[in-house]
Design a protein around this ligand. Structure first.
Ligand code: ATP
Length: 209
C-alpha cells in the first residue's frame, strides 16, 4: 500500500524526469552513469541500494529471514550472501521469491529518494535488471548501453577475474541485449568505436530542457 501511495504521490508532485540506464553485464552502464554524475546529475544505483536494504531495512530483513531462516544473516547482522547464493543457485522459484521481496523495496526506496531532490531537471537510476524487475514502469525514459557480446564478456573477465563460463552463466539470468534494446527509448553505443561523452551530452541536453 505504501509502495502504491509513494508512487502515485511522486507522479503527481514530482515533475522531474526519471531516466533509467540499463544494459547487459559488462556493457558499461556504470561507466556511462559516471559521466552523468560528472555532469552533476543525481544517480541512484539499484544494485547498491538493494544490498543496503537487505541489511538495513527491518521489513526486508524480516521477509528474508521468513524465506530463508535465521541463517540468512550472520551473528553480526551482516547478510550471509554465500548462504543465500547457494540456496537460490539451483532453485529459480526461491530466486523469484527473493526478487519479489527486494525489487518492490528498491522501487519504493527510489521514489522516496526522488522526492528528496527538488532542483534537478532529471535524475538517473542505474539497474542491471531494469526490465526484468519491471522497474522501468516508474521511469520516464530508458537508455540501454550496448556493446558487442565478445567485448562485454572480455571486459567482465578482466574486471571480475572470472572465467568466460561464469560470465555466460550470469548473462543467462538477464534479458538479451536485443530484447533490452527493443524495450528502450535510447541507445548508447559503448563499442569502443563511438565516443561515449558526445552520446551522453546529446541526451543530457535533451533531458535538461
Ligand atoms: P555490470 O553490469 O557487470 O556491473 P556494467 O555494465 O556496469 O557492468 P562497467 O562496470 O561500466 O559495466 O564496465 C565493465 C568494465 O569494462 C569496467 O572495468 C570498465 O572500466 C570497462 N569499460 C567500460 N567501457 C569501456 C570502454 N569504452 N573502454 C574501455 N573499457 C571500458
Amino acid at each position: 500500500m505504501k509502495f502504491l501511495y509513494t508512487f502515485v504521490c511522486s507522479k503527481i508532485l514530482n515533475k522531474m524526469l526519471k531516466i533509467g540506464i540499463t544494459g547487459c553485464i559488462g556493457s558499461g552502464k556504470s561507466t556511462v552513469v559516471e559521466i552523468f554524475a560528472q555532469l552533476g546529475i543525481p544517480v541512484y544505483n539499484a544494485d547498491f541500494r538493494a544490498k543496503f536494504l537487505m541489511e538495513k531495512s527491518p521489513t526486508v530483513i524480516a521477509k528474508i529471514k521468513n524465506l530463508f531462516g535465521d541463517h540468512a544473516y550472520k551473528a553480526d547482522g551482516i547478510l550471509n550472501r554465500k548462504f543465500i547464493a547457494d540456496k537460490v543457485f539451483s532453485d529459480t522459484a526461491l530466486l523469484t521469491q527473493l526478487n519479489e521481496i527486494v525489487h518492490p523495496a528498491v522501487f519504493t526506496d527510489f521514489e522516496e529518494w526522488c522526492n528528496t531532490i527538488t532542483d534537478k531537471k532529471y535524475v538517473v537510476k542505474e539497474a542491471a535488471l531494469m526490465f526484468e524487475s519491471v522497474s522501468h514502469t516508474q521511469l520516464d525514459k530508458i537508455i540501454v548501453v550496448t556493446a558487442p557480446e565478445v567485448l562485454r564478456i572480455n571486459r567482465t573477465i578482466k574486471r571480475d577475474h572470472v572465467s568466460s563460463e561464469d560470465v555466460i552463466k550470469r548473462m543467462k539470468n538477464q534479458f538479451t541485449q536485443e530484447k533490452k534494446l527493443s524495450l528502450a527509448d535510447y541507445e548508447i553505443k559503448n563499442d569502443e568505436n563511438e565516443l561515449l561523452i558526445p552520446q551522453v551530452l546529446e541526451l543530457h541536453h535533451k533531458f535538461s530542457v
